[in-house]
Design a protein around this ligand. Structure first.
Ligand code: MLC
Ligand code: AMP
Length: 466
């Protein structure tokens, strides 16, 4: 079956359609327009896409996938440091972007995405083991790493989610998530294009926009669901939906309960990662318990281990690091065999870095991260090391330590402790903003005389952020 069978199957019993950025397109014209992109990029190994929330992005991604070219989405707000890293590391020969976009100085040429172009070239379906996407994602240190995700992994994940959520071509999916991550792009765009049905991307995940869209299926990160609860009229407008789904960070039980009171929905929670796609979820036809993310999806297996690698019992209370394996696992990090080796056990289990408990029936509860150096803010994954590196590039900064601290709306916020001379906190925030994406900026900067360190000189992050 083709990866985007909801688009390419003929005849289409339930014609697909996409509405985004104020434009609506039928599946048929999307396919012909994306085929014109495929004609431009066929033969390339990879191509970058400036991933604005727009029809051009959808057309560009589909065009790459039709031609068997791995797509590298570039966050549109990434600063020059991040953007240059992604383009250099992925070695893309071209960037797909809306007509009129200038090329980066010294960067690859821009291939414009022309929404009026049409082509009927027939491309053979590439093998399942070909890469579909390279998604750049933060690690604990250094610049983001490119996670290479195979076509078969995308297909298996989406089919397993369709089974768990009873997701059919009759659904109208509504969301407003960014199109450069698993949540908004893989589930939120490739999902409907594989499964069929309609997608309405509302631009931003605002409660009022969700309320006005009349969808049957809604995706959001916990911050979005919390904002929906703060707008009861918008929340009540979601009563007619079939399913509300939360993921990318833990949903506070209070939000689950408020949403239930306002919308009469018990939110479906699912858990995943860029490197594994979605692995665990509650089901449309099953119970949903606040504070838990459900059971492994079809063909996914999970284990809990302690620091020595020994198995931790699935008794509902014992905590361990969650390991996963299954058809959604990525191929590896681009150009990073060292990070690859560290991310898996010798026998092929992926180390998520998340701490969890599993009960005897296989219900998973995610309780936090094994290390403090990955921050989740508004559902975005932010590496403390990348923000520290950006701060240390300022000539007045001698030392920097970045941690996630609790935030009422975003779950966690980026908080920096900095030893510096002659620079203010807001100046440092602006400095980081010139280098990195908006959500990576520290929201709080504490100027301190020194950082707490162990006798060996390692910063004691556990002593920060209280
Ligand atoms: C931001 N702002 C700041 C700032 N940071 N101002 C000062 N100092 C800072 N440090 C500004 C912003 O520019 C914005 O300005 C305003 O503050 C509000 O920003 P915000 O609070 O961040 O809100 P918003 O922009 O609305 O973003 C919240 C959000 C967003 C929830 C919409 O975080 C989001 O889209 N999250 C989704 C992330 C996601 O898709 N993750 C999936 C990863 S995949 P202005 O002027 O613009 O208003 C994955 C796998 C899986 O995890 O399991 O799904
Ligand atoms: P990312 O790679 O951006 O997809 O982020 C993956 C991380 O998000 C995971 O390792 C978890 O820490 C977190 N995450 C995703 N979904 C959930 C969830 N439902 N509950 C708790 N944490 C989650």
């Amino acid at each position: 079956m083709s990866l985007l069978s909801g688009l390419t199957r003929s005849p289409q019993p339930h014609p697909a359609s996409v509405r985004i950025g104020g434009q609506t397109t039928s599946g048929e014209s999307l396919l012909r327009c994306a085929t014109a992109v495929a004609d431009r990029v066929a033969g390339m190994e990879r191509v970058a896409v400036t991933a604005t929330a727009s029809l051009e992005t959808v057309v560009a991604v589909v065009g790459g996938l039709l031609a068997g070219v791995a797509v590298v989405p570039v966050p549109p707000d990434s600063g020059p440091r991040e953007r240059a890293h992604i383009l250099r590391d992925s070695a893309v020969p071209a960037v797909l972007a809306p007509t009129g976009t200038a090329a980066d100085p010294g960067g690859p040429p821009v291939v414009p995405v022309d929404l009026t172009a049409r082509s009927d070239t027939a491309y053979p379906e590439p093998d399942d083991d070909r890469p579909a996407l390279v998604l750049y994602t933060s690690g604990t240190t250094g610049a983001p790493k490119g996670a290479v995700i195979g076509r078969g992994a995308v297909a298996a994940c989406l089919d397993a989610l369709a089974a768990a959520w009873a997701w059919t071509p009759d659904d109208l999916l509504v969301h407003g998530l960014p199109l450069f991550h698993v949540h908004g792009l893989v589930l939120g765009v490739l999902g409907p294009l594989r499964l069929g049905g309609r997608l309405h991307h509302v631009g931003r995940p605002d409660p009022a926009r969700y309320a006005g869209a009349g969808g049957s299926l809604y995706f959001g990160v916990p911050t979005v669901w919390q904002r929906v609860c703060a707008d009861p009229a918008a929340a009540r407008a979601l009563r007619g939906a079939r399913l509300l789904v939360s993921g990318s960070a833990g949903l506070p039980t209070a939000v689950f309960d408020q949403l239930r009171a306002l919308t009469a929905h018990r939110v479906v929670e699912r858990y995943g990662m860029t490197e594994t796609l979605i692995t665990v979820s509650t089901r449309a036809d099953g119970p949903r318990r606040p504070g838990t993310v459900g059971q492994p999806l079809r063909d996914v297996r999970t284990r809990l281990v302690d620091e020595t690698g020994a198995d931790v019992p699935h008794d509902g209370t014992s905590l361990g690091e969650l390991l996963v394996r299954g058809p959604g696992l990525f191929h590896g990090y681009l150009n990073r065999p060292d990070a690859d080796a560290a991310s898996r056990t010798a026998d092929g289990w992926f180390r998520t870095g998340d701490v969890a408990a599993v009960d005897p029936d296989g219900w998973h509860r995610i309780v936090g991260r094994a290390a403090t150096d990955l921050i989740k803010s508004g559902g975005y994954r932010i590496g403390a090391g990348e923000v520290e590196d950006a701060l240390l590039a300022h000539p007045a900064v001698a030392e920097a330590a970045v941690v996630g601290t609790p935030h009422p709306d975003l779950g966690q916020q980026v908080t920096a402790y900095v030893v510096a001379d002659g620079v203010s906190g807001p100046e440092l925030v602006d400095f980081v903003a010139r280098e990195l994406a908006v959500h990576k900026r520290p929201r709080q900067v504490h100027l301190v005389d020194r950082l707490p360190r162990t006798a060996l000189g390692k910063v004691q992050k556990s002593q920060l952020g209280h």
